[in-house]
Structure formats: C-alpha cells, structure tokens
Write a protein that binds this ligand. Structure first.
Ligand code: HEC
Length: 150
C-alpha cells in the first residue's frame, strides 16, 4: 500500500509528457532508468570516440547520436520517483530522495548541455564539438559523483 501511494505521488509530480507514464512496480522504474542511462551512454560514447579521434568524423552520424542522447536525457527523471530507491539492484544513492531539488537541477543542467551539443553537432564545427562534448561529460560526471554509487 505504501508503495502504491508513492507511485501515485510520482505520477502527480511528473511533467505531463510521454515520459511520465506510470510504473506499475518500483522494479520497472529502476530498470527503465538504467536502460535509458545505458543507451545514453552508448551514443554519447560514440561521439566521444569521434572527439578523441578513434572514429572518423561524420557529421550526420554525430548529429544522430547527439539527438539520441537528447531524447534519453528527457526520459530518465520520472523513473526516479518516490519509492524507487529500492525494489531491484540499483546504484542510485539515497541523496536523490533527500535533496530532490538539487538532483532535479543536475538533470536540468544535463538537458541544457545536451541541447547545446545537438546545436553544435548540427553546426558542424569540430572544435566546438569537442568543447560541447566536454561540457555534457561534466554534467554526467557531476551527477554521478553525488548521486551514483561507483
Ligand atoms: C542528474 C543525475 C545524472 C546525470 C546528469 C547523468 N546520470 Fe547517469 N546515472 C545516474 C544515476 C543515479 C544512475 C544509477 C541508476 C540506477 O542504478 O538506478 C546512473 C547510471 C548510469 C549508467 C549505468 C546504467 C546501467 O547500465 O545500470 C550509465 C552508463 C550512465 N548513467 C551514463 C550517463 C551519461 C553518459 C550521462 C551524461 C550524458 C549521464 N549518465 C548523466 C544519474 C545521472
């Protein structure tokens, strides 16, 4: 019953979008956010390979990868609703639910930096791409440092 209440609160707080779909179990929310984070990491890493020079530059590919990262960066947040701190193995730290405003701000920062990355990728300047990639990377690492177990 307690878990059900938490889910009801979660649904009320979530922004009205496709991403606010209700999770029927905390386990599903945990799996969902781990999946969206994983996909985000895969496509961000492909841009990283280009930036580091281990993969040749192809603008269309970079734009596509950046847009997938952007899409993922919108999806995680409702999956961190109340009551989803447990229910399946998770690396999410309790601080997420103790200071939700700060966690949300870290999520917002990610989305802002990712939007800049998409715009930069579309612009086609490789020097700027490196800088924009680095800024997103800092947003990822900053949050992981505070809110994710190693
Ligand atoms: C606002 C906080 C926050 C930001 C920003 C963030 N993450 Fe995460 N990330 C987390 C948390 C919390 C987890 C642990 C989720 C869990 O285990 O329930 C996680 C997990 C992951 C995982 C492991 C997924 C798995 O397989 O379990 C990867 C990979 C990842 N993040 C990549 C990224 C990348 C890449 C970025 C930036 C583009 C990013 N994250 C930005 C909070 C964040």
């Amino acid at each position: 019953m307690k878990a059900l209440n938490a889910l009801a609160i979660c649904t009320m707080l979530a922004a009205p979008s496709i991403a606010s779909a209700q999770f029927t179990k905390p386990e599903f929310a945990i799996k969902y956010r781990q999946s969206t984070m994983f996909i985000q990491g895969q496509h961000f890493g492909r841009i990283g390979a280009v930036v580091k020079g281990t993969r040749p530059y192809n603008q269309d590919e970079v734009v596509q990868n950046a847009m997938i990262v952007e899409e993922m960066s919108k999806l995680h947040w409702p999956a961190f609703g109340p009551g989803t701190d447990q229910g399946a193995p998770t690396r999410a730290l309790p601080a997420i639910w103790k200071e939700p405003d700060k966690f949300q701000a870290a999520g917002k920062r990610l989305q802002e930096e990712v939007q800049k990355l998409v715009a930069t990728a579309k612009g086609g300047d490789q020097g700027q791409l490196k800088a924009a990639f680095g800024a997103v990377g800092q947003a990822c690492d900053g949050c992981h440092e505070d809110y994710r177990k190693d």
